[in-house]
Design a protein around this ligand. Structure first.
Ligand SMILES: Nc1ncnc2c1ncn2[C@@H]1O[C@H](COP(=O)(O)OP(=O)(O)OP(=O)(O)O)[C@@H](O)[C@H]1O
Length: 244
C-alpha cells in the first residue's frame, strides 16, 4: 500500500507510480503520477469506469484492502465531499457541521461556515428538511469548517438540477478563493471543469493522459476560448460530435 506523508507546503499532492487493481485481470490505476500545488484547483475527468473515484479514494486513504502500491503524499488536513451529502439524519444541521470538531469555538465556527454557504438561520433544521442543493451546501460547510489544505470532491453536484449546479459553481469558487485549499474535483461535466478549475486532467488506462491549464481571461460559456477548450476536451474524451 502507498504511504501517506503529512506536512507538505508548496506541493499539496504528490503521487508517484500509483497502482490499484480490483482483480487479477488488470489494473485500474497503472503507474499514475500527479502533482497538485498548494491552493491549486484541479478537475479530473475521464470515461466512466476509468478510475477517477479509485484515485480520489486512494488520496483520501479510503481504500484500505485494495491491492496496489505507489507513493502518495497529501497534507495532514484533508476533507472529502461526495455526490450525496452524507449528513447524519439524526443530527441537526449545525451539529452535523461541527461533528467531531474540538474547541469551545466549534459552534461559532460552524455558524460562520453555514453563513458562508448561505444557510444562516437553518442551524436547527434536520437534514430531511433541506433541499438537495442545501444539503450539499451543508456538506461543503462541514468540510470547510475544518480548514482543509486539500478538498477532495467526487461529483459533488452530480445529483443537482442545472440551475442549482450553476449556483453551486459560483459558491464553490467563492469558497475556494476565500480558503485556498488545493482541490481535486471529479466530474463528468466538461463545462464544470472549465468553469472551476486551474487545470483539467484526463484519466485514461489508469494514467493521466491529458493535463491542460485553464488559462482563460473570460470563463463564460459563450467565450471563444471556452468553446475551444471544451471541443479539445470532448475530443480527448472521444465524445462523438452529435452527442455534444
Ligand atoms: N470496490 C470495488 N470492487 C471491485 N471493482 C471495483 C470497485 N470499485 C471500483 N471498481 C472497478 O474499478 C473500475 C474503476 O472504478 P471507478 O469508480 O474508480 O471509476 P470512475 O472513473 O470513477 O467511474 P464513473 O465515472 O462511472 O464514476 C471500474 O471498472 C469499477 O467497476
Amino acid at each position: 500500500m502507498a504511504s501517506h506523508v503529512g506536512g507538505l507546503t508548496q506541493t499539496a499532492v504528490r503521487v508517484r507510480n500509483l497502482h490499484r487493481s480490483f482483480s487479477k485481470n488488470g489494473g485500474v490505476l497503472n503507474g499514475l503520477d500527479l502533482d497538485i500545488a498548494a491552493g491549486e484547483f484541479v478537475a479530473l475527468i475521464g470515461r466512466s469506469g476509468t478510475g477517477k473515484s479509485t484515485l480520489l479514494r486512494a488520496l483520501a486513504g479510503l481504500d484500505r484492502g485494495v491491492a496496489g502500491h505507489g507513493q502518495i503524499a497529501v497534507p495532514e488536513s484533508v476533507s472529502v465531499v461526495f455526490q450525496d451529502s452524507r449528513l447524519l439524519p439524526w443530527k441537526r444541521i449545525l451539529d452535523n457541521v461541527v461533528f467531531g470538531l474540538r474547541g469551545s469555538d466549534a459552534g461559532a465556527r460552524g455558524r460562520q461556515a453555514l453563513a458562508e454557504v448561505g444557510l444562516a438561520g437553518r442551524e436547527t433544521a434536520w437534514p430531511y428538511q433541506l433541499s438537495g442543493g442545501e444539503q450539499q451546501r451543508a456538506a461543503l460547510a462541514r468540510s470547510l469548517v475544518r480548514e482543509p489544505q486539500l478538498l477532495l470532491a467526487d461529483e459533488p453536484f452530480g445529483a443537482l438540477d442545472a440551475l442549482t449546479r450553476i449556483r453551486m459553481h459560483v459558491l464553490l469558487r467563492k469558497l475556494c478563493e476565500a480558503h485556498r485549499p488545493a482541490v481535486l474535483l471529479v466530474t463528468h461535466d466538461v463545462d464544470e471543469a472549465i468553469v472551476l478549475a486551474d487545470r483539467v486532467i484526463l484519466l485514461d488506462d489508469g494514467v493521466v493522459r491529458t493535463d491542460v491549464r485553464v488559462d482563460l481571461p473570460d470563463r463564460s460559456r459563450s467565450s471563444a476560448g471556452f468553446a475551444e477548450l471544451r471541443t479539445f476536451l470532448l475530443d480527448e474524451l472521444g465524445v462523438e460530435e452529435e452527442n455534444r
